[in-house]
Ligand binder design. Structure first.
Ligand code: TYD
Ligand code: MG
Length: 453
């Protein structure tokens, strides 16, 4: 019988009948891999009605929610939604070398101190290497049990006997199940290993944390295929060359998504940053044209960051648009609104936009700060140094109010800002001590801040 082949995208898991360079489901390039299906026989008969009868339960419950364990690292506990939940499965994804193993080794030690039994399985480094790292981090005496192994059968047997409260698997791409005929790191291996480990978590009540590398090349399956199997997905982000690292919850069944924890990579491991705004604004120059402070919110936490724009005549017919830390298509939209609603052209001008400190901003509330930075750079006119800006811009040029206005303003006041520019219709009790400029549309903002515009 001819062996039927399927092709699977390692980024999103979509199946394709033949190989192609680009996945039409997610648009990623070079991510499609050939796979041998698990069973290639004819479809089995319909399931019929011969199954086991399940016991149906009431939704109402007397049970208290499961007790969470806090590691004492506040930046981590917040991202977990207020501590680690027993029997939960978490994926921690991030670029290779960003600091995932360092973070999880530190977390393992802290959870052990908090009374959990912790097992750390490394499939990437030998035990001696992990021990050396622990020593460097000052965790040599932590009560964490270690194994260096990639065979999933052995790992599951060991965990089944040890029954730890927390098991960390570093990384999911190195694990291989001997019942799956595919190379470690392939989509079927990663999916099957994740499935086994998540099932184990639910069955034994162990909290399982899976580490997953994200690679652009698609050589090894991205953790995307694992995302829908786990309860919580955290991404560890940061720009190379910056020491700041941000742990971001993108999915959390036990807490709010979008919560962030901020860390700094030092010679002695990751240290917590409890006041990120102060850190992100620490290198500010006084009154620099093109620099605007945005009063943002990440999850429940206000974070002030500086947007920096540079606008210069383009030497080439095709003007450049370069963005770091924000969405490129959102920048194009704001340039278009400035051009058609306020009559300020950017044709023939190169535009560079950067978020200082290596932070990534996803909020539409940053629209007004971006517009202000672009205008300030184009006009070579600095905004007042003690002003924060926020508000969403619609395609008509009108300003939309955004959530958590009070939270944003309080943080601004705390950091010594005394003026804020914000949408007219912003609701809520607004704190005193910050003078407010309320504006209804972008054209009005241009008039107010930069004269007649
Ligand atoms: P690592 O945790 O191994 O990354 P990942 O598991 O995500 O691949 O971190 C590797 C980087 O972190 C490496 O470039 C060195 C740096 N690092 C420090 O700067 N300080 C430290 O104390 C440690 C342990 C690592
Ligand atoms: Mg690692």
């Amino acid at each position: 019988m001819a062996k039927s082949q399927i092709f699977t995208c390692s980024a999103c898991g979509a199946k394709h009948p033949r190989w192609s360079g680009r996945c039409d489901a997610c648009g990623a390039w070079n991510t499609i891999q050939e796979e041998t299906p698990l069973s290639s026989g004819p479809a089995k008969k319909s399931l019929g009605t011969k199954g086991r009868r399940l016991e149906l339960m009431d939704l109402a419950t007397e049970e208290a929610p499961p007790p969470r364990t806090c590691s004492g690292m506040e930046e981590l506990d917040r991202v977990f939604g207020g501590g680690l939940v027993p029997a939960s499965a978490t994926l921690v994804g991030g670029d290779p070398g960003i600091g995932k193993s360092t973070l999880l080794l530190q977390a393992a030690a802290r959870f052990a101190e908090a009374g959990l039994s912790v097992v750390y399985v490394s499939g990437e480094e030998a035990s001696a290497q992990v021990r050396m790292r622990a020593q460097r981090l000052g965790l040599g005496k932590a009560d964490v049990k270690l194994a260096a192994e990639t065979n999933l059968r052995d790992i599951l047997t060991t965990l089944d006997e040890a029954r730890p409260d927390l098991a960390i698997i570093d990384s999911i791409q190195t694990m291989w199940a001997d019942n799956v005929e595919a190379a470690p790191g392939s989509v079927s291996q990663v999916r099957s290993a994740a499935h086994e480990l998540v099932t184990f978590a639910k069955r034994r009540g162990t909290a399982v944390v899976l580490v997953g590398h994200v690679t652009k090349e698609g050589q090894i399956a991205g953790p995307r295929v694992v995302e829908h199997m786990v309860d919580t997905v955290l991404y560890f982000e940061g720009e190379r060359g910056h020491q700041f690292r941000i742990l971001r919850a993108v999915k959390n069944r036990f807490g709010p998504a979008d919560e962030i924890g901020v860390f700094e990579m030092t010679g002695g491991g990751l240290s917590e940053v409890s006041n990120p705004s102060a850190l992100f604004l620490s290198d500010r120059e006084a009154r620099a044209p093109g620099a605007v402070v945005f009063a943002g919110v990440e999850g429940t936490r206000p974070v002030l960051v500086e947007f920096q724009a540079l606008v210069a005549p383009s030497p080439t017919p095709q003007a450049r648009r370069t963005v770091v830390g924000w969405d490129g298509s959102r920048l194009a939209m704001i340039l278009a609104v400035l051009e058609s609603r306020c009559g300020i052209p950017f044709a023939g001008l190169d535009v560079y936009l950067n978020v200082a400190g290596g932070m990534r901003v996803n909020e539409p509330a940053a629209d007004l700060a971006v517009a202000a930075a672009l205008l300030s750079a184009r006009e070579d006119a600095a905004l007042p140094a003690d002003m924060v800006v926020f508000g969403e811009i619609s395609l008509s040029g009108a300003l939309r109010p955004v959530g958590q206005t009070e939270n944003r303003l309080k943080e601004a006041r705390k950091l010594g800002f005394s003026q804020a520019t914000l949408p007219e219709r912003s609701a809520g009790p607004l704190p005193e001590g910050v003078s407010l400029r309320r504006i209804t549309d972008l054209a009005g903002f241009v008039g107010e801040i930069f004269g007649a515009g």
